[in-house]
Design a protein around this ligand. Sequence first.
Ligand code: 5GP
Length: 111
Amino acid sequence: MQPTLFERIISREIPSSVVFEDENYIAIKDINPLAPIHLLVIPKKVSSRVDEIESEAELGQLMATAIKVAKQHSSDYRLVINVGEGGGQTVPHTHVHILAGWTAQIGHQGM
Ligand code: 5GP
């Protein structure tokens, strides 16, 4: 199996801006930010898409990590998970988007 793009980022083969890392997760700045703050929380244990993760504990840990990282950057934020190509997923390695940094007046302008 070829390593996924995010595995290559985790191994530092591809450089990225790392904002958080522990034994199980890494969080990086998105290369093409869609918000003033746009981070990706990526499990080191590879799955192609979030609905392949069978363990509710792992799903909970992923969400808890995303919330922890988000709170380190903003009081208000969106968490987004694209699932499958039809759901907008372009990198087949599970990840959670953290989007934040809009002013309260403007909001995120969308769903
Ligand atoms: P998806 O569309 O799969 O939900 O999200 C993949 C995200 O990965 C996109 O927002 C895209 O900008 C980001 N991305 C793709 N390639 C790279 C890269 O090489 N480095 C970083 N930091 N982000 C990337």
